[in-house]
Design a binder for this molecule. Structure first.
Ligand code: ATP
Length: 300
């Protein structure tokens, strides 16, 4: 179990993380989300024992992370700065041996992962010869080469194309199935909705949204209705409880205060012609974030 208990981190006068609390259990995939500078990397550094919290504590299976248990953890840092002048094989031997692994085990696992990530041909290539996405794969492999019980991934998906994102997701899910704990960060809120069940969204170090995604969405009463057909936008706007109507190329989005309003919207839409779509959808995490924090951030 990983416990972040009331953790606060200050850099001089700046509060980077402000009384943050969450728990991750075996088999959990936990998302630490938030805008740039929200405090995600700082939280990871506290988890890894690289920063001592100003207040509160972080415990991995009841203990602080240090030399004695760091072997059980895999950490993918945000900076994509690998040792670029050595080969993939040399790099993996270096990182693996730092984690007390035997060279033959490292090489065996490396072959498996290179195959799984479709980059077998790069084993003896220098890191600097690899594309950015392939360097990211190597960095990910270096974090999982020791079969960690806890996987800490700082922005693992940033810059990946959809196919490689799916590949990373599959591997992370395999770790989940085997009972590992996974915590990852992202500033793309909606991107992670289908990927993890529990989240904390940070804004200036504070948790502004937290809990299970389904519960967060349920608690946030507002919903969207997606309609395609011949409807009168002014009539939709006049329905009590409708607070916004947006027309776009995919149809019309009617934003409603709560699910009770959907009946009135449906009653009106039934009187219209050529309706090919009528879907009531929950608000996205980005919408919930904007509603709670009160401003739109370019990255969210
Ligand atoms: P990003 O998504 O941009 O990587 P983040 O959510 O990981 O951001 P952090 O890197 O944890 O955010 O930074 C949180 C806050 O702490 C920011 O205001 C940042 O400027 C500040 N900060 C981070 N590291 C230091 C440091 N070593 N010294 C002083 N301030 C720092």
């Amino acid at each position: 179990m990983l416990e972040v208990k009331d953790a606060k981190m200050m850099y001089g006068d700046l509060v980077a993380v402000d009384h943050l609390t969450f728990t991750i259990k075996p088999g959990d995939i936990f998302g630490l989300l938030g805008t740039n500078g929200a405090g995600k990397t700082t939280t990871f550094r506290m988890i890894m024992g690289l920063l001592e919290p100003t207040e509160g504590e972080v415990l991995y299976n009841g203990e602080k992370v240090g030399y004695h248990n760091v072997n059980q953890i895999g950490y993918m840092i945000e900076e994509r700065s690998l040792l670029t002048k050595i080969t993939v094989k040399e790099l993996m031997l270096y990182f693996g041996q730092l984690k007390d692994m035997e060279p033959n085990v490292i090489l065996e696992r490396l072959d498996y992962w290179l195959e799984r990530f479709n980059i077998v041909e790069y084993k003896n290539k220098k890191i600097k010869e690899l594309s950015k996405g392939n360097q990211q794969k190597i960095q990910f492999i270096s974090a999982i080469i020791n079969n960690p019980n806890l996987l800490v991934l700082d922005e693992p998906f940033s810059g990946l194309d959809p196919i490689n994102t799916e590949l990373f997701v599959e591997v992370i899910r395999d770790f989940q199935k085997n009972g590992s704990m996974v915590v990852f960060s992202s500033h793309q809120l909606d991107h992670v909705e289908s990927f993890c069940e529990e989240i904390v969204v940070l804004e200036k170090g504070k948790a502004v949204i937290e809990g299970r995604i389904d519960q967060v969405k349920k608690d946030f009463k507002k919903q969207n209705i997606h309609i395609v057909g011949d409807v009168d936008v002014e009539k939709l706007k006049a329905i009590p409880g409708v607070f916004k109507v947006i027309e776009n190329t995919n149809g019309i989005i009617v934003k409603i205060e709560n699910e009770d309003v959907s009946k009135a919207v449906f009653d009106y839409v039934k009187t219209c012609k050529h309706i090919t779509k009528y879907d009531v959808e929950q608000a996205s995490l980005s919408e919930i974030f904007v509603a709670k924090v009160g401003h739109k951030h370019e990255e969210v």
